[in-house]
Ligand binder design. Structure first.
Ligand code: NZQ
Ligand code: ZN
Length: 380
Protein backbone atom coordinates (compact mmCIF):
# COMPACT_ATOMS: atom_id res chain seq x y z
CA UNK A 1 0.00 0.00 0.00
CA UNK A 2 1.35 3.37 -0.91
CA UNK A 3 -0.84 6.43 -1.20
CA UNK A 4 -1.51 10.03 -0.37
CA UNK A 5 -5.05 10.71 0.80
CA UNK A 6 -6.57 14.11 1.34
CA UNK A 7 -10.27 14.82 0.85
CA UNK A 8 -10.73 18.53 1.51
CA UNK A 9 -14.51 18.77 0.95
CA UNK A 10 -16.47 19.82 4.03
CA UNK A 11 -19.64 17.72 4.26
CA UNK A 12 -22.81 19.32 5.65
CA UNK A 13 -25.11 16.35 6.14
CA UNK A 14 -28.77 16.31 7.14
CA UNK A 15 -32.09 18.08 7.01
CA UNK A 16 -32.03 21.85 6.74
CA UNK A 17 -28.34 22.04 5.87
CA UNK A 18 -28.85 24.11 2.72
CA UNK A 19 -29.07 27.16 5.00
CA UNK A 20 -25.44 26.62 6.02
CA UNK A 21 -24.17 27.85 2.64
CA UNK A 22 -24.88 31.38 3.91
CA UNK A 23 -21.73 31.15 6.03
CA UNK A 24 -19.75 28.67 3.92
CA UNK A 25 -19.59 30.97 0.89
CA UNK A 26 -17.44 34.04 1.51
CA UNK A 27 -19.62 37.12 2.09
CA UNK A 28 -17.81 39.19 -0.51
CA UNK A 29 -17.90 36.54 -3.23
CA UNK A 30 -19.73 37.13 -6.50
CA UNK A 31 -21.57 33.82 -6.87
CA UNK A 32 -22.87 32.00 -9.95
CA UNK A 33 -25.47 29.34 -9.12
CA UNK A 34 -25.54 26.54 -11.72
CA UNK A 35 -28.40 24.08 -12.09
CA UNK A 36 -30.15 21.75 -14.50
CA UNK A 37 -33.52 21.44 -16.18
CA UNK A 38 -35.59 22.88 -13.39
CA UNK A 39 -36.26 20.16 -10.80
CA UNK A 40 -34.85 22.50 -8.13
CA UNK A 41 -37.52 25.08 -8.95
CA UNK A 42 -40.40 22.69 -8.24
CA UNK A 43 -39.08 20.89 -5.14
CA UNK A 44 -38.24 23.86 -2.96
CA UNK A 45 -34.45 23.57 -3.22
CA UNK A 46 -34.13 26.73 -5.29
CA UNK A 47 -36.17 28.68 -2.73
CA UNK A 48 -33.88 27.49 0.05
CA UNK A 49 -30.84 28.58 -1.98
CA UNK A 50 -32.39 32.02 -2.53
CA UNK A 51 -33.10 32.38 1.19
CA UNK A 52 -29.58 31.33 2.14
CA UNK A 53 -27.95 33.69 -0.37
CA UNK A 54 -30.03 36.75 0.49
CA UNK A 55 -26.97 38.62 1.76
CA UNK A 56 -24.78 37.57 -1.19
CA UNK A 57 -24.37 39.00 -4.65
CA UNK A 58 -25.37 36.20 -7.02
CA UNK A 59 -26.78 35.26 -10.42
CA UNK A 60 -27.79 32.00 -12.01
CA UNK A 61 -27.09 29.75 -14.98
CA UNK A 62 -29.74 27.07 -15.55
CA UNK A 63 -30.36 24.50 -18.27
CA UNK A 64 -27.37 22.20 -17.82
CA UNK A 65 -28.48 18.85 -19.22
CA UNK A 66 -27.84 15.32 -17.89
CA UNK A 67 -24.44 14.16 -19.19
CA UNK A 68 -23.49 17.84 -19.40
CA UNK A 69 -22.46 19.10 -22.82
CA UNK A 70 -19.39 21.24 -23.26
CA UNK A 71 -21.39 23.31 -25.73
CA UNK A 72 -23.74 24.39 -22.92
CA UNK A 73 -21.03 24.74 -20.31
CA UNK A 74 -18.89 26.98 -22.51
CA UNK A 75 -21.69 29.57 -22.37
CA UNK A 76 -21.30 29.56 -18.58
CA UNK A 77 -17.52 29.84 -18.93
CA UNK A 78 -17.94 32.91 -21.15
CA UNK A 79 -20.23 34.52 -18.56
CA UNK A 80 -17.88 33.78 -15.69
CA UNK A 81 -14.97 35.33 -17.58
CA UNK A 82 -16.94 38.37 -18.76
CA UNK A 83 -18.77 39.12 -15.51
CA UNK A 84 -16.06 38.23 -13.00
CA UNK A 85 -17.75 35.60 -10.82
CA UNK A 86 -15.43 34.25 -8.17
CA UNK A 87 -17.44 31.43 -6.58
CA UNK A 88 -19.53 28.73 -8.30
CA UNK A 89 -22.40 26.91 -6.58
CA UNK A 90 -23.62 23.69 -8.22
CA UNK A 91 -27.17 22.66 -7.28
CA UNK A 92 -28.17 19.25 -8.64
CA UNK A 93 -26.91 15.77 -9.43
CA UNK A 94 -23.60 14.57 -10.80
CA UNK A 95 -24.11 16.27 -14.14
CA UNK A 96 -24.45 19.71 -12.58
CA UNK A 97 -21.53 19.22 -10.20
CA UNK A 98 -19.31 17.81 -12.97
CA UNK A 99 -20.34 20.63 -15.30
CA UNK A 100 -19.53 23.19 -12.62
CA UNK A 101 -16.10 21.62 -12.11
CA UNK A 102 -15.47 22.06 -15.81
CA UNK A 103 -16.63 25.69 -15.72
CA UNK A 104 -14.40 26.32 -12.67
CA UNK A 105 -11.36 24.91 -14.47
CA UNK A 106 -12.07 26.38 -17.92
CA UNK A 107 -12.62 29.85 -16.42
CA UNK A 108 -8.98 29.82 -15.34
CA UNK A 109 -7.69 28.65 -18.73
CA UNK A 110 -7.25 30.83 -21.76
CA UNK A 111 -7.19 28.03 -24.33
CA UNK A 112 -9.93 25.88 -25.81
CA UNK A 113 -11.93 24.30 -22.97
CA UNK A 114 -12.12 20.82 -24.49
CA UNK A 115 -8.31 20.64 -24.06
CA UNK A 116 -9.13 19.78 -20.43
CA UNK A 117 -10.97 16.64 -21.56
CA UNK A 118 -8.61 15.66 -24.36
CA UNK A 119 -5.73 15.82 -21.89
CA UNK A 120 -3.92 18.65 -23.67
CA UNK A 121 -4.39 20.95 -20.69
CA UNK A 122 -3.71 19.63 -17.19
CA UNK A 123 -5.89 21.44 -14.65
CA UNK A 124 -3.88 22.91 -11.79
CA UNK A 125 -6.07 25.91 -11.03
CA UNK A 126 -9.83 26.46 -10.81
CA UNK A 127 -12.36 28.81 -9.27
CA UNK A 128 -13.63 27.63 -5.88
CA UNK A 129 -16.93 25.76 -6.03
CA UNK A 130 -19.49 24.35 -3.62
CA UNK A 131 -22.17 21.70 -4.19
CA UNK A 132 -25.73 21.12 -3.06
CA UNK A 133 -26.42 17.50 -3.97
CA UNK A 134 -29.93 16.50 -5.04
CA UNK A 135 -29.25 13.00 -6.43
CA UNK A 136 -26.99 10.60 -4.55
CA UNK A 137 -25.07 8.51 -7.10
CA UNK A 138 -21.79 9.75 -8.48
CA UNK A 139 -19.83 10.92 -5.44
CA UNK A 140 -18.93 13.98 -7.50
CA UNK A 141 -19.90 16.22 -4.57
CA UNK A 142 -16.66 15.36 -2.78
CA UNK A 143 -14.30 13.99 -5.38
CA UNK A 144 -11.87 15.36 -7.94
CA UNK A 145 -13.51 13.92 -11.07
CA UNK A 146 -15.77 15.29 -13.79
CA UNK A 147 -17.29 13.62 -16.85
CA UNK A 148 -18.20 15.92 -19.74
CA UNK A 149 -19.82 15.20 -23.10
CA UNK A 150 -19.37 16.84 -26.49
CA UNK A 151 -22.55 16.60 -28.51
CA UNK A 152 -20.95 17.52 -31.81
CA UNK A 153 -18.71 14.46 -31.80
CA UNK A 154 -20.71 12.08 -29.53
CA UNK A 155 -17.81 11.98 -27.07
CA UNK A 156 -17.88 11.54 -23.31
CA UNK A 157 -14.56 12.10 -21.54
CA UNK A 158 -13.39 12.73 -17.99
CA UNK A 159 -10.75 14.69 -16.13
CA UNK A 160 -9.36 14.54 -12.63
CA UNK A 161 -7.80 17.37 -10.67
CA UNK A 162 -7.44 18.16 -6.97
CA UNK A 163 -8.21 21.77 -7.96
CA UNK A 164 -11.90 20.89 -8.51
CA UNK A 165 -12.75 19.27 -5.20
CA UNK A 166 -15.79 21.20 -3.98
CA UNK A 167 -15.00 23.36 -0.96
CA UNK A 168 -18.18 22.05 0.67
CA UNK A 169 -21.00 19.66 -0.17
CA UNK A 170 -24.49 19.87 1.29
CA UNK A 171 -26.14 16.43 1.56
CA UNK A 172 -29.73 17.00 2.66
CA UNK A 173 -31.75 13.78 2.15
CA UNK A 174 -34.97 15.79 1.90
CA UNK A 175 -33.83 16.97 -1.55
CA UNK A 176 -34.38 13.36 -2.70
CA UNK A 177 -38.12 13.50 -2.10
CA UNK A 178 -38.83 14.64 -5.67
CA UNK A 179 -36.57 12.07 -7.34
CA UNK A 180 -38.30 9.71 -9.75
CA UNK A 181 -37.80 6.00 -8.99
CA UNK A 182 -35.64 5.68 -12.09
CA UNK A 183 -33.10 8.15 -10.72
CA UNK A 184 -33.14 6.60 -7.24
CA UNK A 185 -32.45 3.20 -8.77
CA UNK A 186 -29.76 4.72 -10.99
CA UNK A 187 -28.07 6.19 -7.94
CA UNK A 188 -28.07 2.89 -6.10
CA UNK A 189 -26.64 1.02 -9.10
CA UNK A 190 -24.01 3.68 -9.86
CA UNK A 191 -22.77 3.62 -6.26
CA UNK A 192 -22.70 -0.19 -6.26
CA UNK A 193 -20.60 -0.28 -9.42
CA UNK A 194 -18.26 2.44 -8.12
CA UNK A 195 -17.42 0.23 -5.18
CA UNK A 196 -16.93 -2.75 -7.49
CA UNK A 197 -14.56 -0.81 -9.78
CA UNK A 198 -12.28 -0.29 -6.78
CA UNK A 199 -12.81 -3.69 -5.16
CA UNK A 200 -13.41 -6.38 -7.79
CA UNK A 201 -9.83 -6.65 -8.98
CA UNK A 202 -7.56 -9.06 -7.12
CA UNK A 203 -7.32 -9.89 -3.41
CA UNK A 204 -5.12 -7.19 -1.90
CA UNK A 205 -5.05 -7.94 1.82
CA UNK A 206 -5.86 -4.25 2.39
CA UNK A 207 -8.22 -4.77 5.31
CA UNK A 208 -9.52 -1.21 5.60
CA UNK A 209 -10.26 -0.70 1.90
CA UNK A 210 -11.73 -4.18 1.34
CA UNK A 211 -13.64 -4.29 4.61
CA UNK A 212 -15.13 -0.83 4.15
CA UNK A 213 -16.00 -1.60 0.52
CA UNK A 214 -17.81 -4.76 1.64
CA UNK A 215 -19.71 -2.83 4.32
CA UNK A 216 -20.84 -0.27 1.73
CA UNK A 217 -21.87 -3.03 -0.70
CA UNK A 218 -23.90 -4.72 2.06
CA UNK A 219 -25.64 -1.40 2.71
CA UNK A 220 -26.68 -1.17 -0.92
CA UNK A 221 -27.92 -4.76 -0.94
CA UNK A 222 -30.11 -3.92 2.08
CA UNK A 223 -31.35 -0.67 0.51
CA UNK A 224 -32.21 -2.47 -2.73
CA UNK A 225 -34.16 -5.04 -0.71
CA UNK A 226 -35.97 -2.20 1.06
CA UNK A 227 -36.72 -0.26 -2.10
CA UNK A 228 -40.36 -0.06 -0.98
CA UNK A 229 -39.13 2.07 1.97
CA UNK A 230 -37.40 4.59 -0.30
CA UNK A 231 -39.62 7.43 0.90
CA UNK A 232 -38.41 7.16 4.50
CA UNK A 233 -35.78 9.52 5.87
CA UNK A 234 -33.63 6.64 7.08
CA UNK A 235 -33.50 5.00 3.63
CA UNK A 236 -32.59 8.28 1.97
CA UNK A 237 -29.94 9.14 4.54
CA UNK A 238 -28.31 5.76 4.12
CA UNK A 239 -28.27 5.88 0.33
CA UNK A 240 -26.94 9.44 0.33
CA UNK A 241 -24.07 8.72 2.69
CA UNK A 242 -23.24 5.32 1.17
CA UNK A 243 -23.09 6.74 -2.37
CA UNK A 244 -20.85 9.53 -1.13
CA UNK A 245 -18.43 7.19 0.62
CA UNK A 246 -18.36 4.90 -2.41
CA UNK A 247 -16.40 7.43 -4.45
CA UNK A 248 -14.68 9.92 -2.17
CA UNK A 249 -11.28 8.31 -2.60
CA UNK A 250 -11.11 6.34 0.65
CA UNK A 251 -11.84 2.76 -0.46
CA UNK A 252 -9.72 3.25 -3.56
CA UNK A 253 -6.61 4.53 -1.82
CA UNK A 254 -3.59 2.35 -2.44
CA UNK A 255 -5.43 -0.53 -4.15
CA UNK A 256 -5.82 -1.43 -7.85
CA UNK A 257 -8.84 -0.09 -9.74
CA UNK A 258 -10.59 -1.40 -12.83
CA UNK A 259 -12.78 1.21 -14.53
CA UNK A 260 -13.41 -0.83 -17.69
CA UNK A 261 -17.17 -1.02 -17.07
CA UNK A 262 -17.35 2.78 -16.83
CA UNK A 263 -15.17 3.30 -19.91
CA UNK A 264 -17.37 1.06 -22.06
CA UNK A 265 -20.52 2.47 -20.45
CA UNK A 266 -19.59 6.05 -21.32
CA UNK A 267 -19.60 5.11 -25.02
CA UNK A 268 -23.16 3.78 -24.66
CA UNK A 269 -24.31 7.09 -23.19
CA UNK A 270 -22.53 9.09 -25.88
CA UNK A 271 -23.92 6.93 -28.70
CA UNK A 272 -27.38 5.95 -27.49
CA UNK A 273 -28.21 8.38 -24.68
CA UNK A 274 -28.63 5.71 -22.02
CA UNK A 275 -28.53 6.89 -18.40
CA UNK A 276 -25.08 6.43 -16.87
CA UNK A 277 -26.23 3.74 -14.41
CA UNK A 278 -28.13 1.86 -17.12
CA UNK A 279 -24.88 1.50 -19.06
CA UNK A 280 -23.15 0.07 -16.01
CA UNK A 281 -25.87 -2.49 -15.33
CA UNK A 282 -25.66 -3.48 -18.98
CA UNK A 283 -21.89 -3.87 -19.19
CA UNK A 284 -20.75 -5.06 -15.77
CA UNK A 285 -22.35 -8.53 -15.45
CA UNK A 286 -21.27 -9.35 -19.02
CA UNK A 287 -17.73 -8.13 -18.33
CA UNK A 288 -17.49 -10.21 -15.16
CA UNK A 289 -18.61 -13.31 -17.06
CA UNK A 290 -16.13 -12.77 -19.89
CA UNK A 291 -13.25 -11.88 -17.55
CA UNK A 292 -14.28 -14.56 -15.09
CA UNK A 293 -10.91 -16.25 -14.57
CA UNK A 294 -9.14 -13.15 -13.27
CA UNK A 295 -12.13 -11.87 -11.29
CA UNK A 296 -13.03 -15.21 -9.64
CA UNK A 297 -10.99 -14.92 -6.40
CA UNK A 298 -12.48 -11.51 -5.56
CA UNK A 299 -15.96 -12.54 -6.70
CA UNK A 300 -15.75 -15.45 -4.29
CA UNK A 301 -14.70 -13.12 -1.47
CA UNK A 302 -17.58 -10.79 -2.35
CA UNK A 303 -20.01 -13.70 -2.44
CA UNK A 304 -18.99 -14.75 1.07
CA UNK A 305 -18.69 -11.33 2.69
CA UNK A 306 -21.42 -9.34 0.92
CA UNK A 307 -24.07 -11.88 -0.05
CA UNK A 308 -23.36 -14.52 2.62
CA UNK A 309 -23.01 -17.31 0.04
CA UNK A 310 -21.52 -20.71 0.89
CA UNK A 311 -20.96 -23.91 -1.07
CA UNK A 312 -20.07 -24.39 -4.74
CA UNK A 313 -19.75 -21.89 -7.58
CA UNK A 314 -19.85 -18.87 -5.31
CA UNK A 315 -18.14 -16.63 -7.88
CA UNK A 316 -20.63 -17.47 -10.64
CA UNK A 317 -23.58 -17.12 -8.29
CA UNK A 318 -22.28 -13.73 -7.14
CA UNK A 319 -22.50 -12.36 -10.70
CA UNK A 320 -26.03 -13.75 -11.06
CA UNK A 321 -27.10 -12.10 -7.79
CA UNK A 322 -25.59 -8.76 -8.81
CA UNK A 323 -27.45 -8.82 -12.10
CA UNK A 324 -30.63 -9.74 -10.26
CA UNK A 325 -30.09 -6.88 -7.81
CA UNK A 326 -29.95 -4.34 -10.65
CA UNK A 327 -33.04 -5.82 -12.25
CA UNK A 328 -34.88 -5.84 -8.91
CA UNK A 329 -34.76 -2.04 -8.76
CA UNK A 330 -35.79 -1.76 -12.38
CA UNK A 331 -32.48 -1.20 -14.17
CA UNK A 332 -32.12 -3.35 -17.30
CA UNK A 333 -29.02 -5.48 -17.81
CA UNK A 334 -29.40 -6.63 -21.42
CA UNK A 335 -29.23 -4.94 -24.82
CA UNK A 336 -32.82 -6.00 -25.43
CA UNK A 337 -33.96 -4.06 -22.32
CA UNK A 338 -32.92 -0.90 -24.20
CA UNK A 339 -34.06 -2.00 -27.66
CA UNK A 340 -30.44 -2.00 -28.85
CA UNK A 341 -29.40 -4.04 -31.87
CA UNK A 342 -26.38 -6.24 -31.18
CA UNK A 343 -24.72 -5.73 -34.56
CA UNK A 344 -25.11 -1.98 -34.40
CA UNK A 345 -23.70 -1.93 -30.87
CA UNK A 346 -20.73 -4.11 -31.83
CA UNK A 347 -19.83 -1.79 -34.67
CA UNK A 348 -20.49 1.55 -32.98
CA UNK A 349 -19.08 0.92 -29.51
CA UNK A 350 -15.91 -0.75 -30.72
CA UNK A 351 -15.29 1.95 -33.34
CA UNK A 352 -15.82 4.63 -30.68
CA UNK A 353 -13.47 3.00 -28.16
CA UNK A 354 -10.84 2.62 -30.85
CA UNK A 355 -11.27 6.24 -31.92
CA UNK A 356 -10.80 7.38 -28.33
CA UNK A 357 -7.68 5.29 -27.87
CA UNK A 358 -9.46 3.12 -25.27
CA UNK A 359 -8.08 -0.17 -26.52
CA UNK A 360 -6.45 -1.54 -23.37
CA UNK A 361 -8.88 -1.27 -20.47
CA UNK A 362 -8.93 -2.82 -17.03
CA UNK A 363 -6.42 -2.71 -14.19
CA UNK A 364 -4.10 -5.11 -16.01
CA UNK A 365 -4.72 -3.35 -19.34
CA UNK A 366 -5.87 -6.66 -20.78
CA UNK A 367 -9.44 -5.79 -21.78
CA UNK A 368 -8.70 -5.26 -25.46
CA UNK A 369 -11.20 -4.77 -28.27
CA UNK A 370 -11.59 -8.54 -28.76
CA UNK A 371 -12.59 -8.82 -25.14
CA UNK A 372 -15.00 -5.90 -25.51
CA UNK A 373 -16.52 -7.68 -28.51
CA UNK A 374 -17.11 -10.75 -26.34
CA UNK A 375 -18.58 -8.59 -23.53
CA UNK A 376 -21.06 -6.91 -25.88
CA UNK A 377 -22.15 -10.29 -27.29
CA UNK A 378 -22.54 -11.59 -23.73
CA UNK A 379 -24.83 -8.63 -22.90
CA UNK A 380 -27.33 -9.61 -25.59
O1 NZQ B 1 -31.79 18.69 -14.52
P1 NZQ B 1 -32.76 18.51 -13.42
O2 NZQ B 1 -34.06 19.18 -13.65
O3 NZQ B 1 -32.18 18.83 -12.08
O4 NZQ B 1 -33.16 16.94 -13.41
C1 NZQ B 1 -32.21 15.92 -13.13
C2 NZQ B 1 -31.87 15.07 -14.34
O5 NZQ B 1 -32.92 15.05 -15.26
C3 NZQ B 1 -32.88 14.92 -12.22
N1 NZQ B 1 -32.78 15.27 -10.81
C4 NZQ B 1 -31.68 15.51 -10.07
N2 NZQ B 1 -32.01 15.73 -8.79
C5 NZQ B 1 -33.36 15.68 -8.73
C6 NZQ B 1 -33.85 15.39 -10.02
N3 NZQ B 1 -35.18 15.28 -10.28
C7 NZQ B 1 -36.03 15.44 -9.26
N4 NZQ B 1 -35.61 15.69 -7.99
C8 NZQ B 1 -34.30 15.80 -7.68
N5 NZQ B 1 -33.89 15.99 -6.41
O6 NZQ B 1 -32.18 13.70 -12.45
C9 NZQ B 1 -31.75 13.66 -13.81
C10 NZQ B 1 -30.33 13.11 -13.86
O7 NZQ B 1 -29.44 13.99 -13.22
P2 NZQ B 1 -27.86 13.77 -13.36
O8 NZQ B 1 -27.17 14.83 -12.62
O9 NZQ B 1 -27.51 13.58 -14.79
O10 NZQ B 1 -27.64 12.34 -12.67
P3 NZQ B 1 -26.41 11.71 -11.93
O11 NZQ B 1 -26.22 12.29 -10.59
O12 NZQ B 1 -26.61 10.25 -12.05
O13 NZQ B 1 -25.13 12.15 -12.79
C11 NZQ B 1 -24.75 11.45 -13.95
C12 NZQ B 1 -23.51 12.09 -14.54
O14 NZQ B 1 -22.38 11.94 -13.66
C13 NZQ B 1 -21.30 11.30 -14.33
C14 NZQ B 1 -22.01 10.45 -15.35
O15 NZQ B 1 -21.18 10.02 -16.38
C15 NZQ B 1 -23.11 11.38 -15.82
O16 NZQ B 1 -22.61 12.29 -16.76
N6 NZQ B 1 -20.42 10.63 -13.38
C16 NZQ B 1 -19.61 11.39 -12.62
C17 NZQ B 1 -18.70 10.85 -11.75
C18 NZQ B 1 -17.80 11.68 -10.93
N7 NZQ B 1 -17.78 12.99 -11.13
O17 NZQ B 1 -17.08 11.18 -10.08
C19 NZQ B 1 -18.54 9.39 -11.60
C20 NZQ B 1 -19.66 8.62 -12.19
O18 NZQ B 1 -19.17 7.34 -12.50
C21 NZQ B 1 -20.29 9.19 -13.41
O19 NZQ B 1 -19.54 8.85 -14.57
ZN1 ZN C 1 -20.49 5.91 -12.24
Amino acid sequence: MQFSFHNPTQIQFGRGQIASIARLIPQDAKVLVLYGGGSIKSNGVYDQVCAALKAHQWEEFGGIEPNPAVETLDRAVARVKAEGFDFLLAVGGGSIIDGTKYVAAAARYDGYGWDILSGKHKVRDALPLGAILTLPATGSESNAAAVISRTATAEKRSFLSPAVYPVFAVLDPDTMSSLPDRQLANGLVDAFVHICEQYLTVPTGAMVQEGFAEALLRNLVVLAGQFDQRHTLEWRENLMWTANQALNGLIGAGVPHDWATHAIGHEFTALYGLDHAQTLALVQPALLRVCFERKAPKLTQMGHNVFGLEGDNVAHRTIDIMEQLYRSVGVGTRLSDYQLDKNDVLHQVITALEGHGMTTLGHQRDVDLHTVDAILRQAE
